[in-house]
Design a protein around this ligand. Structure first.
Ligand code: DC
Length: 221
């Protein structure tokens, strides 16, 4: 069984998807980590990200594995490096590259074959797994997401200004939504969950409730 969780940055998708997978005994696929790995591989090779064919060749060649919440690229644990600002700031042309998306969606299909999976990203319920049995669109208002981001950055000891974060986030939302292939949108058959004012625990409970209504008896472990 496939459960897709899509939504904008800062909606709490990642922790919600991870916790949901653990709770119901499914594997967890972080598709954002795949785009991050391709970006890191390109940066290491000092490849111009505008060279769409070369970037796509890297996306097809790179081996990405996910085990126990660690991400391995060609056998190397890159879990921390793919979250570095240098990768985050460079990712847009990689995620916009239609051939990269095609290669990564194919890799997502291989990864999920024969497994029960919670998969998280932007295009999982729309492009990657249009026939998924359970689709969730997890979101929150821009203001709530920006407040959460500011709190996270301050916890990490970084400087963060709400207005600036909100503005950057709004720009990213527009870009993610307008992306020609794999743009961020909710699938018509997805269930939207607004997480404003909800704790992580409450979000988890809500997701478990939704999944229970969709889960065939044979898929539960
Ligand atoms: O979820 P994240 O921040 O780790 O995602 C990193 C980037 O990859 C983000 O810019 C959106 C993009 N992405 C995508 O285009 N499609 C996905 N399925 C997952 C992530």
């Amino acid at each position: 069984m496939i459960i897709t969780i899509d939504g904008p940055a800062g909606a709490g998708k990642s922790s919600a998807a991870k916790r949901l997978a653990r709770e119901i005994g499914f594997d967890f696929l972080d598709t954002g980590a795949m785009y991050r790995c391709v970006t890191l591989a390109c940066l290491r090779q000092q490849l111009l990200l505008s060279r769409v064919d070369e970037v796509a060749a890297i996306a097809r060649a790179v081996e990405i594995e996910m085990r126990e919440n660690h991400v391995f690229m060609n056998g190397e644990d890159v879990s921390e490096e793919i979250r570095m600002p240098s990768v985050t700031q460079s990712i847009r042309p990689v995620a916009d590259n239609a051939s990269v998306r095609q290669a990564l969606v194919a890799a997502q299909h291989r990864w999920t074959e024969g497994r029960d999976v919670v998969t998280e990203g932007r295009d999982q319920g729309t492009v990657a797994f249009p026939n998924a049995q359970c689709k969730i669109f997890l979101t929150a208002t821009p203001e709530e997401r920006a407040h959460r981001r500011v709190e996270q950055l301050i916890e990490l000891g970084m400087d963060a200004h709400y207005e600036e974060i909100l503005q950057q986030q709004n720009q990213r939302d527009v870009h993610d939504t307008m992306r020609e292939s794999g743009g961020l949108k909710s699938a018509p058959d997805s269930i939207t969950v607004w997480t404003d004012g909800m704790s992580e625990e409450q979000v988890l409970q809500k997701l478990v409730e939704i999944v229970q209504t969709k889960m065939p008896a044979s898929a539960s472990k």
